[in-house]
Design a protein. Structure first.
Length: 361
């Protein structure tokens, strides 16, 4: 039995859809913020501890004042490595921040660095530089430097720096009191569940349309307009960012009537096809388009049943000899599909030109 190739019109999709790289069209979303680690630019070991202190102070002050979703550090660091930003000590610049923000579909990026330098009086100070980027507009929201005395007041100065970041970020982040949390969609995890239903109005090659005889070879493609229902589970970012694993299972079923060579009445042909498959895919993105090539395999169990009970007499072969002794005939075949090659396509409109320049807001 040959498997059929069909053209589907999809009727229902995604009763439950929780893909982490898409948002619901009907729910508001908190702004997504990526906070880069502040870097010790000169790698002065006496001030390494400030990398954590400044980053945590900025994060804490932003979280206390504003409502947003922050991308976990482990996620953006993994994304940086996957996109050839291999050395963590170099991930502090505006260009790195903007590139990661675009690839991670973030709204805002906060980052910076600091240096221990001597002032005009020969005393050490910590000179910190901070930037806030609007990823969607490819603009610098704010950028400033602040000098902090390298003495007992240093931690107070770090708090003042964090307060300054909060003040500057007001232009792009909503205050907690201004957000209606009842209409906010929470961050979703890597799990995606979907239900797909459809009808197949066309068979390729064409379905059988002649007079049926006992020598006629039928395939499940000879039952047009079957209905298909499938369920799927997909796990995103499996081991690597963009790598996905999915399992899909479901059934197609339908029936049609066949004209019989020696009778004015018709025989009923029914088909049921159960299948399950799994795939590994990799999500690719270019401009505002997304592609996901998938490769995998699966198992299919198809069943064809002919019902002759409505006929005046049982069918004969082309020479007129009787070849059927029962009013029902069922043929089943299990097919192992060794390789599936599929591609999912996604787009976001209206298209917007990507511009990596950084004009001032």
């Amino acid at each position: 039995m040959h498997r059929r190739l069909r053209v589907f019109i999809f009727l229902v999709f995604a009763v439950l859809y929780t893909a982490p790289w898409q948002q619901s069209l009907w729910a508001a979303s908190l702004k997504k913020v990526l906070i880069l680690d502040f870097k010790n630019l000169d790698k002065n070991p006496n001030y390494d501890y400030l990398e954590t202190s400044i980053t945590d102070a900025v994060r804490t002050n932003l979280q206390e004042k504003f409502a947003f979703n922050e991308m976990p550090q482990s996620k953006w660091q993994s994304l940086a490595k996957d996109n050839f930003f291999l050395w963590a000590e170099d991930n502090y610049s505006r260009s790195v921040g903007l590139n990661l923000g675009v690839r991670a579909k973030q709204d805002i990026v906060v980052g910076g660095y600091y240096q221990a330098v001597r002032n005009a009086y020969g005393r050490y100070i910590v000179r910190a530089h901070v930037f806030v980027l609007d990823v969607g507009k490819r603009k610098i929201v704010t950028e400033f430097s602040i000098d902090m005395p390298a003495d007992a007041t240093l931690f107070d100065s770090v708090e003042k720096l964090a307060t300054r970041v909060v003040k500057e970020a007001k232009a792009v982040l909503p205050n907690k009191g201004d957000v209606d949390f009842s209409n906010i969609e929470e961050d979703v995890g890597p799990h995606e569940i979907g239900i797909l239903g459809g009808i197949s109005p066309v068979s390729l090659p064409d379905a059988f349309t002649g007079d049926y005889a006992t020598t006629t070879k039928l395939n499940n493609k000879d039952v047009p307009q079957t209905i298909g229902v499938y369920g799927s589970y997909r796990y995103h970012d499996l081991f690597l960012n963009r790598l996905t694993f999915d399992i899909t299972g479901g059934a197609q079923f339908g029936s049609t009537n066949l004209q019989v060579a020696n009778d004015v009445k018709k025989a009923k042909l029914s088909v049921t096809d159960y299948s399950i498959a799994s795939h590994i895919g990799y999500r690719l993105e270019f401009w505002r388009f997304g592609f996901m090539p998938l490769v995998g395999g699966g198992f299919s169990l198809a069943s064809l049943t002919l019902d002759y009970s409505a006929l005046s007499s049982l069918p004969v072969d082309t020479a007129g000899r009787a070849g059927i002794t029962s009013p029902h005939s069922t043929h089943r075949q299990a097919v192992w599909r060794s390789i599936d090659l599929l591609t999912l396509f996604q787009s976001q409109f209206p298209p917007k030109k990507t511009n990596f320049s950084l004009p001032r807001a």
